[in-house]
Every structure is written in structure tokens, then in C-alpha cells.
Design a binder for this molecule. Structure first.
Ligand SMILES: Nc1ncnc2c1ncn2[C@@H]1O[C@@H](CSCCNC[C@@H]2Cc3ccc([N+](=O)[O-])cc3CN2)[C@@H](O)[C@H]1O
Length: 278
């Protein structure tokens, strides 16, 4: 019967269904779920956000990453992913699929109190990682506001995820993407295709810094907004990177302690990948 035949439209239907889910995404709730204690607790060595910030700080400062333009793929309503990169690149492009998230980021950029989360502790923590006094967070905030050149729409399922005029022809020198691809892809094939799509934004020899969830099958993007996620394991992540034209430099894995499992998703671990576009 037809039900066994995966029509070519199958992929589009999965992506369309995913886009429909995202219409109910609630940035303020999402920030509350994932970017407040215990998951963002700077006093705890085993909290998730300090681990992510340490991975990004090391990746941006160990000497092989450089250039002009850093693009953050699927920024969501968060800024932590570019707090180290803003010291290395003089142009940062933030991107997201939803206007509500782009609006949230603009609210921070315009510094008129229009954003749902206070990023000060995140800025202070990264200053500490950089050996600066925590009070230098105001300089880091100013630096970030200075280098962010735009906040634009992106769709990682499009072969051309950004508008043509969003990037110089040479492409980006570095991409960072956190918890996006696996949360917007209906299955592993779509995840791998999306990796290839964003890879076309990156110059050969450029770096990809990818953070994502392991073993996650759903998360709440707001009260009652259950969003499906393609559950990944390390081997699948490595195979997808290889298949979409990247050379793996480093993979690090964080396993969630019990008290980091707070009911907002069924994540079992987090991966950090540093890779290079062939
Ligand atoms: N087609 C598309 N192209 C690009 N972006 C798109 C598209 N569709 C939606 N988007 C955009 O991508 C989205 C990014 S937020 C996705 C949330 N990821 C899962 C969530 C996050 C999270 C955070 C922290 C921790 N932890 O352990 O600390 C665990 C987890 C696991 N749960 C959202 O901004 C949407 O607006």
C-alpha cells in the first residue's frame, strides 16, 4: 500500500510540520527553562552553561580560528554563543527563523531593557574565562553591540539558508550553531542535509563550532509547546559531519547529571564539535 512508499514530498511535509510547531515557540519561557539555574548556574562546576561557555572560549582562543565574519546559525533568543567569538571577529551576524526571536535579540542590542533575560552573569563569566575582571562585562557588552552587524532570517532547510545579500561572496570565516539543527530537523537525513546547507555559507578552511543535544526526542518551547527533536548519538553526529564535507577537529561530550534534568526536555547529553570545512 502507498503508506510504505516514502513520497519525495515526505521530507517537505516533515519540515512544514516542524515550522508549524515553531509558530507557538515562546522565547521568554524558553529562556526561563534553559538559561536560569540549575542549567545556567555559574557557581556550579557541573552546570551546563558554564561547560558550553568553556568549550566556546577554548575553541575561539586556541589560535586556529580567525577572520572577519562569524555567523551564528539559529541564534534563537540567546547571545551566549557569541560572547567569546565577538573578541575574535569584527563582524557577527545573528540569525533565526522566527521574528519573535529576532525581536528578542534586537531588544538586547538596543539596550532599552527590551529583553527577557539579564545576560550580565553570562558576560561576567566569559570575562573571567578571558582573565579579565568581571566588571569588564560592560566593555564586553559594548564590544558585542559594536560587532553585531545584523539579525536576519534563516532557514537551514533551504539549500541557500540566508538571503543572497546577507553574506559577502567569500562566505563566512566561522559558523557557530547551538541546539538548532537537531531541534528543527524531522529526521537524521534532514539534519545531515541542513549541515550541508549551512556548510555552503562557510568558506573552505573555515571552522564550524556546533553544540547540540544527544538523545533528545522532544523539548518544550513554551508551556504545552512540545517540539519534536531527532535523537542523535555521537556516532551519528560524526557521520553527518563527514558526509556533509567537514573534517572533525574535536568532539567533547557532557552527560547531564540527574538534577539538570528538569522536565523541559529529555536530553541525556550535550555534544560540542569543532570542525573545519574541507
Ligand atoms: N528551519 C529553521 N532554520 C533555522 N532555525 C530554525 C528553523 N526552525 C526553527 N528554527 C529556530 O531554531 C530554534 C533554536 S532553539 C532550539 C531549542 N533546542 C532544544 C532545547 C535547547 C536546549 C538548551 C540547553 C540545554 N541544556 O542541556 O542546557 C538543552 C537544550 C535542549 N532543548 C528556534 O530559535 C527556532 O526559531
Amino acid at each position: 500500500p502507498e503508506s510504505h512508499v516514502r513520497s519525495p514530498l515526505g521530507a517537505e511535509n516533515g519540515v512544514a510540520a516542524m515550522a508549524a510547531c515553531y509558530q507557538r515557540f515562546d522565547p521568554a519561557a524558553y529562556l526561563q527553562y534553559n538559561y536560569t539555574p540549575p542549567r545556567a548556574d555559574f557557581e556550579r562546576k557541573d552546570s551546563i552553561v558554564p561547560w558550553k561557555l568553556a568549550c566556546l572560549h577554548r575553541a575561539f582562543t586556541e589560535g586556529d580560528v580567525s577572520g572577519e565574519l562569524l555567523v551564528d546559525i539559529g541564534s534563537g533568543p540567546t547571545l551566549y554563543q557569541v560572547l567569546s567569538g565577538c573578541e575574535v571577529f569584527n563582524k557577527v551576524l545573528l540569525t533565526d527563523f522566527l521574528e519573535v526571536n529576532r525581536q528578542e535579540l534586537r531588544g538586547w542590542l538596543q539596550d532599552e531593557g527590551g529583553c527577557s533575560l539579564d545576560w550580565t552573569p553570562f558576560l561576567q563569566h566569559v570575562c573571567k574565562l578571558e582573565g579579565r575582571r568581571p566588571s569588564a562585562w560592560t566593555e564586553k557588552a559594548a564590544k558585542l553591540r559594536q560587532v553585531i552587524m545584523d539579525i536576519v532570517h534563516i532557514d537551514v532547510h533551504c539549500p541557500q539558508p540566508l538571503a543572497l545579500d546577507a553574506l559577502p561572496s567569500a562566505g563566512a570565516d566561522c559558523l557557530v550553531s547551538c541546539f538548532c539543527l537537531e531541534s528543527v530537523s524531522p529526521d537524521l537525513a534532514a539534519f545531515t542535509r541542513a549541515l550541508g546547507n549551512i556548510g555552503r555559507l562557510l568558506r573552505p578552511g573555515g571552522h564550524l563550532l556546533l553544540i547540540g543535544a544527544l538523545g533528545e526526542s522532544y523539548y518544550f518551547g513554551g508551556p504545552g509547546v512540545k517540539i519534536p527533536v531527532v535523537p542523535l548519538n555521537e556516532a551519528q553526529v560524526c557521520a553527518s559531519l563527514k558526509e556533509s564535507g567537514y573534517t572533525l577537529i574535536r568532539l567533547e561530550v557532557y552527560t547531564l547529571p540527574q538534577d539538570m534534568r528538569v522536565g523541559v526536555d529529555d536530553v541525556s547529553g550535550v555534544f560540542f564539535v569543532k570542525a573545519m570545512k574541507e
